[in-house]
Design a protein around this ligand. Sequence first.
Ligand code: IVH
Length: 677
Amino acid sequence: MSSEIQQQINSLREELNQHNYKYYVLNSPNISDFDYDQMMHRLIKLEKEHPEFADANSPSQRVGSDLSNDFQQITHKYPMLSLGNTYNEEEIADFHQRVVKAIGEDIEYVCELKYDGTAIGLTYENGLLKHAVTRGDGEKGDDVTANVKTIKSIPLQLSGNYPKNFEIRGEIFIPNSEFIKINELREKEGDPTFANARNAASGSLKMKKSSDVAKRGLDCYLYYMLGENLPSTIHANNLEEARTWGFKIPEHYKTCHSLEEINQFIKHWDQERFNLPFEIDGIVIKVNDINLQNELGYTAKSPRWAISYKFQAEEACTKLLSVDYQVGRTGKITPVANLDAVQLAGTTVRRASLHNADIIEQLNLHEHDMVYVEKGGEIIPKITRVNESERHPLASPISFIANCPECGTALIRPEGEVAHFCPNDKMCPPQLKGKIEHFVSRKALNIDSFGEQVVDLLFEKGLVKNVSDIYDLNYEILNGLTRISGDDESKKLFSFQEKSTQNLLDGIQTSKSIPFPSVLFGLGIKHVGATVAKTLTRKFNTIEKLSEATLEALTAVDDIGPKVAESVVKYFADEENQQMIARLKNAGLQFESEEHLTSEGKFTGQSFVVSGTFSNFSRDELKKIIEQNGGKNLSGVSAKTSYLVAGEKTGPAKLTKAEKLKVTIISETEFMDLLEN
Ligand code: IVH
């Protein structure tokens, strides 16, 4: 009897371990949440009834305990060092030179992402997780094993051909979606929110009750193995081996053989990092050959065989000088802070965006406050907080302006919007100029020789007041036209010469063949972005049909809400807009869609969510194929979704939701079959 029970317990443990692995490491579960929970309950029940079969590494232990943790210190077998930081290409070149000098030219590097969480060292004995230890002071760290066991992507028991004893190190982090949830909850419950996902991860790891840790959605990537009997003398091979034992090893790494390749990797991820579901703060470059690593050795603090490159995201403190208010093409007012110049991550910062009146109020911004600026993904840095202790006692709060700084019109704040607007869209100069700039921009009419300077010049001379005037320009008008800008000290001269005149006229001519969706987008109708423009032209394939569309007809289109519909109707009701369109049409611009011909296809009436990465296509390419065949791309899984095209690393939340809603999940190959058959 008792051995039968033990067998039952063992097979439940094994099955649950498998499901954990599939869900949390491979991101491809093949069991419903419900069935998983049932299985877990059966195991917990059996373990409770038969305490003689207790096992510290049972998957049931992952729910954590309510007993208070007491973190013992454990000495690291191998000191846990940090990495030297670099911030630019030159410093990386210096690192490379040092490596070359020590071991010669023929070097293979591995470039990895630098996960922005908290470091962890996991020791395994006979395939079982023995200890999980934080970095601590590098010599000794806290034993956080009980908490780490709640992280489901960390295997408690390994499979395959692993060494008897080894340590594997990595980073515990909180995915962005979980971080948002944690802070929302904390705000609701009146707890202070975490400043960033890294703090949330390290805070969570040190929580007293492991059952609370289990709720924090922690995850872990492993990136470094240590031990006497490792499978290979090549770092990347060891990690690939470790993947087969059940570890979550990052896919985002690349072997590089030159500085160019390294810099390319950096450039790629400097952009692409914003599309990752977690935070990274740089990349790590490692010599791949462990024998060469040993030859290079260590300084007191860090290895000589590896270095990190940090993306710019530092914070600086400086003084607020004044606040400017910029008027955009839609009349939207954006407050911008002028700052006392300060160095931030390698650049001098003089301005920061304040976004809107609410943000100014939330920051409780006062005149001449000392403010903290941070450079996130945006080009313009933002003010994150104010040092109120340094505020002058008589300083008055910054109050949002009531009138347009450019034309004096009283500002409005439409219901449901956070921004203020200048309603004078027919006369307010920056709005008129902004509309022209938008019209000629890349995603619209794409006239690249029509830069800001040209817009300023033609607008100021009264030659282009609205976009239809562009098509009246000719060589005689343009050639020799000159503009002087700036003050006495920094005077700039711009003038149309023969070549620049011809370039502009060529660009204008070419723009006449730009397809209708881009032209519609170029008109700059409020709330009609590039995607909405595409949707509208697909449904109403001529400008006449669109301009006659009623509110009802517009809102009947999938993805078109009342806000867009109202804005479109209002735009076409305006006589001046109609006249302008008539002139553009006369000039030969495209106001008829060819797309409706292709919008009927294999996937007409079907909607897709494309998620993860694919081997033969990029995500965007797949989306394009779907569109070209009449299908619709959705960003999230809903009951309306026909298919979830799941690549590698598809978010587990999407998969779970698709399963719940009975949405068909298909692979890249199945998608191609669908298309071709
Ligand atoms: S390797 C001896 N690889 O960055 C080198 N570290 O200051 C061991 N980190 O403490 C570290 N991503 O917490 C390595 N792909 C990666 C990493 C990484 C993040 C963290 C780690 C380390 C710190 C270096």
